[in-house]
Design a protein around this ligand. Structure first.
Ligand SMILES: C[S@@+](CC[C@H](N)C(=O)[O-])C[C@H]1O[C@@H](n2cnc3c(N)ncnc32)[C@H](O)[C@@H]1O
Length: 337
């Protein structure tokens, strides 16, 4: 039993006991002899002694009741505070504590039963702005992004290669992290890759579930994935790491490395540059997230430090349809890490 549950049970018991205890003095007093018709001095003295003893017990019961009530309340307050602190800032589904184990069989997506169970813990503060912003833009984002994806033949070429390589590696599941409205997850599915999507924005996940009802999408964050170690055959992070402050990227790449099986593949796409952007509006809506343009060499370096080796790199120069250069890196987790 968890400490919180124990505290709730103990607190409730103590409070019930403290409510019941005051009944005892009444039983006590009812046992005191009734007034005598013709009392002798001895009888009166005996009765006085009975009453004094009952009063004494009443005082003891009152003190014990008070102590039990205080202890009960303290236990319930402890339970309340402890459960709140575990919910984190937003009480939104995020993650499991690192290193905790999920039952491997229930979590095997090859069985169509991918487990991204809800747990609560504090999250990095920048995620709130990303979540709120994508919740706000979701309905308009989905009108634009999938069409752009359909036009991006080169990037889809990288996804096709990724799909082939990941399948050659075995039947482990592939996670599309920061899946947005789910079109990339669906594209992978059409290439025969058993995958599922995870996104920070509940609105994006709603849209993805609505649009692709046969696929699995979960709310979650790539900063703390609710997946067992070594669970995934591949990870796609398709234009989804660029809201992560660069100093926090090692956390994200650490999660990628933790959840990938040895030899697992990563495909990460991003806008190229070294600027830090703070757009006020996006897709016709006010947004409050930050966006970081990234340099492929820096990402390669960070991936290497996290235990992954870059095996392929695509960079696309700006064009009529592409405002900024963009890059797509494929990396592999070492067989021995
Ligand atoms: C530019 S959209 C890309 C969506 C989709 N991959 C696509 O290609 O259209 C960025 C997405 O990443 C998600 N995202 C950003 N940070 C995330 C995080 N830490 N964990 C999960 N999703 C995140 C956002 O909610 C948003 O849906």
């Amino acid at each position: 039993m968890s400490r919180v549950r124990l505290a709730v049970a103990a607190g409730s018991l103590l409070l019930v006991a403290s409510c019941g205890l005051p009944c005892l003095p009444f039983l006590d007093l009812s046992a005191v002899s009734l007034p005598y018709q013709d009392p002798t001095p001895g009888m009166l003295e005996e009765q006085a002694q009975e009453i004094a003893a009952a009063e004494h017990r009443l005082a003891v019961y009152t003190v014990v009741t008070g102590v039990l009530a205080i202890l009960g309340l303290a236990a319930l307050i402890y339970a309340w505070k402890h459960s709140r602190s575990r919910k984190g800032d937003h009480g939104v589904q995020l993650s499991k504590p690192r290193g905790s184990a999920l039952p491997p069989a229930a979590a095997d997506p090859a069985d169509g039963d991918i487990s991204t169970r809800v747990a609560h813990m504090a999250e990095p503060s920048y995620l709130a702005a990303v979540r709120e912003s994508y919740d706000a833009v979701a309905e308009d984002y989905v009108k634009i992004a999938p069409a752009r994806f359909a036009e991006d033949a080169l990037a889809r070429g990288m996804l096709a290669a990724f799909a082939e390589l990941v399948q050659a590696n075995g039947r482990r599941p592939v996670a599309d992290l920061g899946c947005g409205p789910g079109h990339v997850t669906a594209h992978l599915d059409s290439l025969g890759v058993a995958g599922f999507g995870v996104d920070l924005s509940p609105k994006m996940v709603d849209i993805a579930r609505r649009t692709y009802p046969t696929l699995r999408f979960d709310v979650g964050s790539m900063t703390a994935l609710d997946l067992p170690d070594g669970h995934l055959g591949g990870i796609v992070a398709w234009w989804s790491v660029f809201h992560t402050p660069p100093e926090d990227l090692p956390v994200v790449f650490g999660e990628f490395h933790r959840t990938l099986a040895p030899g697992g593949l990563l495909l990460v796409g991003f806008h190229v540059g070294d600027e830090h952007l703070r757009p006020e509006r996006s897709y016709g809506h006010p947004v409050s997230y930050d966006a970081y343009l990234l340099l492929p060499d820096d990402i390669e370096d960070l991936l290497r430090r996290a235990g992954m080796v870059v095996t392929a790199r695509l960079t696309q120069e700006p064009s009529q349809s592409l405002k900024r250069p963009q890059a797509c890196l494929m990396a592999r987790k070492s067989e021995h890490s």
